[in-house]
Design a protein around this ligand. Structure first.
Ligand SMILES: NC(=O)c1ccc[n+]([C@@H]2O[C@H](COP(=O)([O-])OP(=O)(O)OC[C@H]3O[C@@H](n4cnc5c(N)ncnc54)[C@H](O)[C@@H]3O)[C@@H](O)[C@H]2O)c1
Length: 286
């Protein structure tokens, strides 16, 4: 097993690094002695995050770039800039994500496309931009943020989010097996949490003009319930970041902050496959 402190003196990129899980990962990498480049679409939040991280670690080890993961060139620039500034790149976290939902026919095609663009194509862009650079490291790590929703198919009123997270899990699992088969120096890690304290519940703040927000009262009520549960039951993002660094150190693929819930979701899915009977509706953590 590789010791956790072997990630010291390395450099990391985190997309969606201005808030929540991404910010916590950036802070954890810095505390491990690494340098960090964060990218985000929210300019003010990015400035605040860079200032906070520099306050803790000094300005030489932190850079921030406005990078929209839906644009391949933005993510490529972020990765190249990190490699150039820090003399190498060892860890890339494809983390940026958004959520929208509601009753299936109430979700506009533009909203579907936005969630698919950020969550799925954003992850794909990041993986495609990062891999050739990570391959130049002795030991590269691509950390992909999925979700329990990527295991627990059948979450009502969250069809776009679930579809993207299942697609991301498929991408991460296939890529990891492909890289192992070709003896690549890069490992993939799939982070699949349940509820974590973050600003995810307000993800629609980043919806581009032209994406209609579903104001259906039932959807709004469900979101407020989720907000209450997330702040009451959600894990602190810092705990999730600790687990990510542990998994990198052990070269472990799955990072499961809610392991029992992940296993229960997969059991439920297997039973669905085996019996063909649709399970009772329930709302899972994102
Ligand atoms: N919070 C949870 O309960 C939870 C659970 C499972 C998975 N996740 C996943 O964790 C990841 C991080 O989310 P979070 O919970 O920290 O939420 P968050 O809203 O706090 O952070 C997400 C960050 O992504 C940024 N972002 C949004 N669109 C972007 C784009 N196009 N390009 C670049 N950056 C963009 C946001 O500005 C924000 O800083 C997401 O992939 C999310 O799906 C979250």
């Amino acid at each position: 097993m590789i010791a956790v402190d072997e990630v010291r003196d390395k450099a990391a990129v985190v997309t969606g690094g201005a808030s929540g899980i991404g910010f916590a990962m950036a802070r954890k990498f810095l505390s491990e002695g690494m340098s960090v480049a964060i990218g985000d679409i929210e300019a003010d939040a990015l400035d605040d995050a860079v200032r906070a991280l520099r306050g803790a670690a000094g300005s030489a080890r932190v850079i921030g770039l406005r990078a929209d993961v839906t644009a391949f060139d933005d993510v490529a620039r972020l990765c190249h800039e990190a490699e150039r500034t820090f003399g190498g790149l060892d860890v890339v976290c494809a983390n940026a994500g958004v959520e929208t939902g509601g009753r299936f026919l109430d979700v506009a095609p533009e909203a579907w496309r936005w969630v698919m663009d950020v969550n799925y194509f954003g992850t794909l862009n990041t993986a495609r931009a990062a891999l050739p650079i990570l391959e130049r490291s002795d030991e590269g790590h691509l950390v992909i943020t999925g979700s329990l929703a990527g295991f627990a198919s059948g979450t009502p009123f969250m069809t776009p989010y679930c579809a993207t997270k299942m697609a991301i899990h498929g991408l991460a699992e296939s890529l990891e097996v492909e890289l192992r088969a070709s003896a690549s120096s890069v490992s993939v890690h799939l982070l699949a949490p349940g509820p974590v304290q973050s600003r995810m519940i307000d993800a629609e703040r980043n919806a581009p003009a032209g994406v209609p927000i579903n104001e259906d009262p039932e959807r709004r009520r469900a979101m407020e319930d989720f907000r209450a549960r997330q702040s009451a039951e959600g894990l602190p993002a810092a705990q999730v970041a600790d687990l990510v660094v542990e998994a990198i150190g052990e070269r472990r693929f799955f990072v499961l902050p809610h392991r029992e819930r992940a296993v229960a979701a997969l059991r439920r899915r297997l039973e669905w496959v085996e019996t063909g009977r649709t399970p009772e509706s329930r709302v899972a953590g994102t």
